[in-house]
Design a protein around this ligand. Structure first.
Ligand SMILES: *[C@@H]1O[C@H](CO)[C@@H](O)[C@H](O)[C@H]1NC(C)=O
Length: 450
């Protein structure tokens, strides 16, 4: 086998699968390999047997948990903002046809001593006990400013230039105090820490708009989640790639990767294939990435919904850093059988945060205290790697690891960045002309059959 490809993709994590889908649609010849026997790499969803095998080699799941195949447990927990970038990518590529989604029931934020619903409307906000009486007044002024703000129309700017004014200064102008600031920055803008306060306010405004637009779609929460778990996402993009001629191979250990005569040569099981360039997750090129942080994640199986979540079958809970004396927020994502991720009557709560100390699991204690009795717990610490170079020089384009954010915005920004580094043009998220052609053909076929 000495075939030549435009691109060899290594690792079937979500980012790599989106890239191989996008490149295939662009008409590139793609070979996609993974050393594992399953799709998804770091971003896979596992059944119960696989989960026990990974975390407690040799141990069998207790029968009280139900059938292994009823479980699809994400290794990287995230929810999808329903007006966010991932939805745009799914629509851009028409990959939505391989997936089914269900809205997440609720969104909560911790304010000592308990969790409270993030208001989903103006009237909910006014009756919420999250904000004190006088805070509601200043928040109302602030939110009507946000709502009316139009980048193009200076009359709506109230003398503020959001590209230069910091968010801290904007909050000060509206007289907002610590609690509402915490709520806006962490529960609505979904910032992981407080660095945004000293940056231009424009990004915070865009994030608030994204939250509000996402919430407006389905009403209950701004999030959707795929049936059968996040592991469905990489597989759906892999199917897209395959339709456009991409070749997929699992269980392919990679022995050697060298750059020779302007080509990349990849050897697996004694056979060598070549490509113009390679795309991979950080694990395939340990010497081309740097460690920039750690993320601790804990998968908890519960017998009951999370206390104070109104029996919601799925929800997100944010614990803002300040509430528990940390630098970064703790996230809890709860999902259960309506999303086809566990046996009926069980709940999966996945807790995660950036590691700040030498005892990462202890950093999650505030979250364990909120979710009620834990039946099984699987904790892991992952290194967060970033590529050292942009890849243009050595034709090796690497993604970053999955971060601790609770949604897919940074994941998609990394994919868009990769796309631009590889092809030298930005990814435009409208329906691709090749896809339109295929859709038209399909429609004609369907009409022909009728
Ligand atoms: C989720 O919780 C909210 C209140 O926080 C409640 O109004 C709603 O009915 C719950 N939804 C479900 C499906 O349990």
């Amino acid at each position: 086998m000495d075939e030549h490809y435009d691109c060899i993709v290594l690792g079937t994590g979500l980012k790599e699968c989106i890239i191989s889908g996008l490149l295939s649609v662009e008409g590139k010849k793609v070979l996609h390999m993974d050393r594992n026997g399953y799709y998804g790499g770091e971003s896979a969803s596992l059944n119960l047997n696989q989960l026990f095998e990974k975390f407690r080699a040799g141990a069998k799941p207790p029968p009280t948990l139900g059938a292994s195949r009823d479980y699809n447990i994400d290794l990287i927990p995230k929810f999808i903002l329903s007006s966010g970038l991932l939805v745009k990518m799914l629509l851009h590529t028409d990959v939505t046809r391989y997936l089914d989604f269900k809205v997440v029931d609720g969104s909560y934020v911790y304010q000592k001593p308990k969790i409270q619903k993030v208001p989903a409307s103006d009237s909910e906000a006014l009756s919420s006990s999250l904000l004190g009486f006088f805070e509601k007044f200043s928040c109302k002024k602030f939110f009507s400013f946000v709502q009316n703000y139009d980048e193009e129309d200076p009359k709506t700017h109230d003398g503020l230039n959001l590209k230069t004014t910091t968010m801290r200064a904007v909050f000060a102008k509206f007289g907002l105090k610590a609690d509402p600031i915490d709520f806006i920055g962490h529960a609505l803008c979904l910032y992981l820490n407080d660095e945004y306060l000293d940056k231009p306010a424009i990004e915070s405004f865009q994030r608030m708009k994204l939250y509000v637009d996402s919430l407006a779609r389905y009403g209950k929460s701004p999030y959707i989640y795929p049936m059968y778990g996040l592991g469905e996402l990489p597989q759906a993009f892999a199917r897209l790639s395959a339709i456009y001629g991409g070749t997929y191979m699992l269980n392919k250990p990679i022995e050697k990767i060298v750059s020779e005569d302007g080509k990349i040569k990849v050897t697996s099981e004694g056979e060598t294939v070549t490509a113009d360039y390679v795309v991979a997750d950080p694990s395939y090129f340990p010497d081309k990435v740097k460690l920039t942080g750690r993320v601790v994640r804990s998968i908890c199986i519960l017998n009951a919904p999370v206390p104070n979540s109104n029996n919601n079958e799925s929800c997100q809970i944010i614990i803002p850093q300040k509430q528990v004396g940390r630098k970064s927020d703790i996230y809890i994502g709860v999902i259960s059988s309506p999303h086809m991720v566990c046996a009926k009557g069980k709940y999966v709560a996945i807790v995660s945060t950036n590691v700040e100390t030498n005892e990462p699991e202890k950093e999650l204690q505030a979250a364990y205290d909120l979710i009620g009795p834990i039946v099984e717990k699987f904790t892991s610490v992952s290194d967060y790697f970033e590529p050292i170079a942009d890849g243009r020089q050595d034709k090796t384009f690497l993604s970053t690891s999955y971060d601790a954010t609770s949604h897919f915005e940074t994941t998609c920004l990394d994919v868009m960045n990769l796309f631009e580094r590889i092809l030298g043009k930005p990814l435009v998220l409208t329906i691709h002309p090749n896809l339109l052609k295929e859709q038209q053909q399909q429609q004609q076929q369907e009409e022909g059959q009728q």
